[in-house]
Design a protein around this ligand. Structure first.
Ligand SMILES: Cc1cc2nc3c(=O)[nH]c(=O)nc-3n(C[C@H](O)[C@H](O)[C@H](O)COP(=O)(O)OP(=O)(O)OC[C@H]3O[C@@H](n4cnc5c(N)ncnc54)[C@H](O)[C@@H]3O)c2cc1C
Length: 467
């Protein structure tokens, strides 16, 4: 347990402003966003700078106190909350929220790990640049959490995952040393690229304290459309058609089933019905261009023509104002909160080759409906990245442990067959830590364990997560 002497030593490093010890104040830090995990600690530390993080980590290394790094606590797999032993402390990076510098000539921005993602996006826009990472939790998730989970979101199709948006990072190692890796280089072939070890490590290899992020030219034209399609195969075909016609101008391509829309409209009644008829599947399409007079709508309409003629596209609305575009995005972004309000479901954040998505949905739906006739499949996601959120809801009841296990088996067995992944963007955390051992080879797991043992020999960084 964390004793009073330890807390006093931490207080000497971070002062009163950096300590949370009251049980009521600690509660939001130990409960995860979904309410699936409730951990225990008697100390949350909120350092004000990298030096304080390093000194606290050094103290933990000396005394063997485990550390759980935390950003906005919006993670989906219980990675940012401690276990129930009460042995670990939480280090929350949220006070470290400064934008340290912006280098426009180098199209780069250096930010502290506790910066809220939306604040980073806004800072980029203020200097006519664009930071493309975008997800529904952007108002509260932090850059440190985004990089540690290698977050995905809605613009991966064009700009890649979080790790693709980073030039350098600063981090504190599990021994409490500071790695000054804030280089803003686009080329640097000098051995192992360590930043890529820390990114996606979910806080198990060190604490990210700052990062140099890539900036991009700001789009001057945007076109947002919702297209109803006959089935997921038609959606995949449409993706290739639009990519062929518009190349990199296609920045978002999001699939939503009608079930998802029904939940959004039920729980957020201000959401308008997008079409006069109900359609089983729709895709949200976003096109952007840095050229002011780019004829995005016309090119999209032309690209859609063959799909309408073949019956694969059945209806479409193209937003004619920013407000309409925002309303379409709101619809998509309200899917996870609406699902949460609907009740607990068995969640799968999965990926597969785009060419197998239609087969996956068809076989997955058939197998789940046969095993659980009373349940409802909730399917949506970033299909332009081969990433589905493929969840199973049991109306009016909590899924039992047996139902969860059987649903996971059905989904993960099919994914193994199709060479997919059991975690596309949320990570492993506590939730998939054991499951992953069934899907990675021994060679791969041994390499991961060797890296963990080499960088964190005392095992104090976020124990019980990932491995
Ligand atoms: C409504 C909603 C929608 C979402 N949509 C998406 C989506 O589209 N795509 C997606 O990828 N994710 C999505 N997420 C999941 C979540 O927002 C992301 O995983 C996000 O990147 C987590 O950031 P955070 O600051 O909240 O991290 P936290 O939840 O605090 O932590 C996440 C993990 O990172 C570690 N960590 C946090 N900060 C640091 C640090 N500075 N150094 C080292 N380790 C650290 C934690 O220990 C934990 O393991 C969504 C979540 C919500 C609630």
């Amino acid at each position: 347990m964390i004793d009073a002497a330890f807390i006093q030593r931490v207080q000497a490093i971070v002062g009163d402003a950096g300590l949370v010890t009251d049980t009521i104040d600690i509660e939001p830090y130990v409960r995860d966003w979904r309410g699936n995990y409730l951990g225990k600690t008697s100390l949350v530390v909120r350092p004000a700078n990298t030096g304080e993080v390093a000194d606290v980590v050094k103290l933990c290394a000396e005394t063997g106190v485990p550390i759980v790094p935390q950003g906005g606590n919006t993670g989906m797999v219980g990675g940012g909350v401690p276990d129930s032993s009460g042995r670990a402390i939480i280090i929350s990076l949220t006070r470290m929220n400064k934008i340290r510098s912006i280098d426009l000539a180098n199209s780069a921005m250096t930010v502290e790990a506790g910066c809220i993602l939306a604040a980073v996006q806004e800072a980029a826009l203020r200097c006519e640049r664009y930071f493309p990472l975008s997800l529904a939790a952007e108002g509260s998730c932090t850059i440190g959490g985004n990089l540690s989970t290698n977050a995905g979101g809605t613009a991966v199709l064009r700009f890649g995952n979080a790790r693709d948006l980073v030039l350098g990072i600063e981090a504190v190692t599990p021994e409490g040393n500071i790695w000054h890796g804030l280089k803003a280089l686009r080329k640097d072939n000098t051995g192992y690229d360590l930043k890529h070890l820390l990114m996606g490590a979910e806080g198990t290899l060190g604490i990210i304290t700052a990062a140099v992020l890539k900036l991009f030219p700001k789009a001057q034209r945007t076109c947002t459309a919702l297209v109803a399609v006959s089935d997921p195969a038609a959606a995949v075909e449409l993706l290739a058609t639009i990519q062929g016609a518009m190349g990199d101008r296609l920045t978002g391509f999001e699939l939503m089933s009608r079930v998802c829309l029904d939940h959004v409209i039920k729980h957020f009644p201000e959401t308008p019905e997008p079409f006069s008829a109900r359609h089983a599947w729709q895709v949200l399409v976003e096109l952007t261009d840095t050229m002011k007079d780019s004829p995005l709508e016309d090119t999209l309409s032309m690209a859609l023509q063959p799909a309408f003629e073949s019956g694969k596209a059945v209806d479409a609305v193209i937003a004619t104002s920013e407000a309409q575009a925002q309303a379409l995005w709101n619809m998509r972004e309200h899917v996870p909160p609406a699902e949460k309000l609907q009740g607990r479901s068995v969640k799968h954040d999965i990926s597969m080759p785009i060419s197998t998505i239609a087969e996956f949905i068809q076989r997955g739906d058939a197998a789940l409906n046969a095993r659980f006739p009373q349940a409802q499949v909730i399917c949506f996601g970033h299909i332009g990245d081969g990433n589905l959120h493929y969840n199973l809801s049991f109306p009016g009841m909590l899924p039992s442990a047996e139902q969860t296990r059987d649903a996971n088996n059905i989904v993960y067995t099919l994914l193994d067959e199709l060479a997919g992944s059991i975690s596309a963007e949320h990570g492993l955390g506590q939730m998939k830590r054991e499951e992953i051992t069934k899907h990675k080879s021994r060679v791969e797991l041994d390499m991961m364990r060797a890296i963990k043992a080499a960088l964190d020999p005392k095992g104090i960084m976020n124990p019980g997560k990932v491995l």
